[in-house]
Design a protein around this ligand. Structure first.
Ligand code: OAD
Length: 233
């Protein structure tokens, strides 16, 4: 295994695989969310326009599960512990909308696909913390109107968040590590190539090879709770 302390600026990208052992379903594995739901019915702006109740229900359910029963696992905790003792630049980017990195002790997490525990007003674009269901009667805190809140989630066809900052960090880093992501969704799947442009070392940690595994210099396979702890020790 490479010695992580040889590097001065690290960017970590996480995907659904890091939360899998906490009991959060991934999207594309055999029992993944996109096997039970049609993406275009619950994760697009068009779906929200057509049937906001269905879309809200999908995220209400996941928000409720997150609040009531999901806990961070040792992979989240190992990453957080490392970030606190590491003396170089450390950037954690996640595609996950859960808050398990934060629950595990991480700070300044860049949630590029949004956050389940936030809602956004479509009139004012203001963002609010939310721990209860959004429904058509939920009044917005800023405009006091009903029906203006939506989940603060990046849907297909929408622009991911923090891209400028992420790109800057990728071009500056000397080590890029992707954990538990299938490499099927861009732009995140292209981060390995962006990091490689400035000769950063690139590492994949996953249960099995991702769709972009051949772009990485190194790969270690196994459940996140084992390989993340081992890699960041
Ligand atoms: P996917 O469901 O596409 O991929 C999950 C990845 O996790 C796969 O590569 C699995 O091999 C790996 N995996 C599963 N269990 C694991 C474990 N215990 N340890 C380590 N790895 C494991 O999830 P993402 O790549 O995160 O976007 O999906 C990317 C985006 O697609 C999501 O953010 C979401 C989705 O549509 C939005 O909702 C905007």
């Amino acid at each position: 295994m490479i010695n992580i302390r040889d590097y001065h600026s690290i960017v970590v990208l996480t995907g659904a695989g890091i939360s899998a052992e906490s009991g959060v379903k991934t999207f594309r594995d055999d029992d993944g969310l996109w096997n039970g739901y049609k993406v275009e019915k619950v994760a697009t702006p068009e779906a929200f326009d057509e049937n906001p109740n269905l879309v809200n229900e999908f995220y209400n359910l996941r928000r409720q599960q997150l609040i009531s029963s999901v806990k961070p696992n040792d992979a989240h905790i190992a990453l957080a512990e490392f970030s606190h003792i590491y003396t170089g630049n450390f950037t954690l980017v996640t595609q996950n909308v859960d808050n398990l990195h934060e629950q595990g002790g991480s700070e300044h997490v860049l949630h590029m696909h949004g956050e389940l525990l936030k809602a956004r007003c479509v009139n004012t674009e203001q963002i609010f913390n939310i721990d209860s269901p959004i429904d058509p009667d939920t009044k917005c805190q800023c405009c006091q109107r009903s029906g203006t809140l939506r989940p603060h989630i990046v849907w297909f066809g929408e622009m991911p968040l923090y891209l400028e900052e992420i790109e800057k960090r990728l071009l500056e880093c000397d080590l890029f590590i992707a954990i538990g992501t299938s490499g099927q969704v861009y732009p995140a799947a292209g981060f390995v190539q962006m990091a490689s442009m400035t000769d950063a070392t690139t590492v994949e940690l996953n249960l099995k090879p991702s769709d972009v595994h051949s772009s990485f210099n190194h790969a270690y396979y196994g459940p996140a709770t084992q390989i993340v702890r081992e890699f960041f020790s």
